[in-house]
Design a protein around this ligand. Sequence first.
Ligand code: SPV
Ligand code: MG
Length: 274
Amino acid sequence: MHAMSAHNPLSARLAAEAGFDAIWGSGFELSASYAVPDANILSAGQHLEMMRAIAAAVDVPVIADIDTGFGNAINVAYTVPQYEAAGVSAVVMEDKTFPKDTSLRADGRQELVRVAEFQGKIEAACAARRDPDFCVIARTEALIAGLGQAEALARAAAYEAAGADAILIHSKQTTPDEVLAFIAAWSGRVPLVLVPTAYPQLREADIKALGKVGLVIYGNHAIRAAVGAMREVFARIRAEGGIHGVDAGLPTVRDIIDLQGDKGMRELERRFLR
Ligand code: SPV
Ligand code: MG
């Protein structure tokens, strides 16, 4: 299964249109779209409302990035039902302290909570869900924090024991080596989840051959594609003195109108406007 990041319903719709199996409701992307750091600067409510809007716009499942669960196990117990009610199918919760710092930044503040504390948070998440198919994915940042394989494996095993449906193992190394070593050593029953942003050379076919990975998340490619495209077009308009040069290369206004769901509104017009 492959999930593409999204920061709003439009990017989610484009990901679904491209054939991704699920949407990753990325905290990094939403933070970037507000031009603030991915460090719990945005409120839980801002993220939740965006997940609700995304879930309403696409038919594929939405996997919400709830960071640390916005506090302790009590916060998690209140948070999970809200995400479930918003139409989300799974949450990913990481074992860092609140407020978190983003994972891929060099020299980030990567402090982890105690294993028992995070087990309590996983148990709270599992107990709070109403639909037994709602997935609670536990994410360990042990490798991100530089704590080594043994700590990462011990934490992952403890999180599985606490009831996690899958384990996300994150790494910011520029080769897949430490993630591959973790996968080789993983003897748990639940599937693993990868976010290969830092090691893009690891392809889908190679991951599939490993056998233990159930989900690959492309963590920030919607916002990076958007930033790259906007930068290029904006610079050309300034340099060329108008929009005449860029126009033919852009999606048409009709294309955007279709993405807005215009067809559905026209149908409503036909049926109900008198
Ligand atoms: C996100 O997309 O918000 C993630 C993935 O959590 S990462 O930014 O790589 O930590
Ligand atoms: Mg995140």
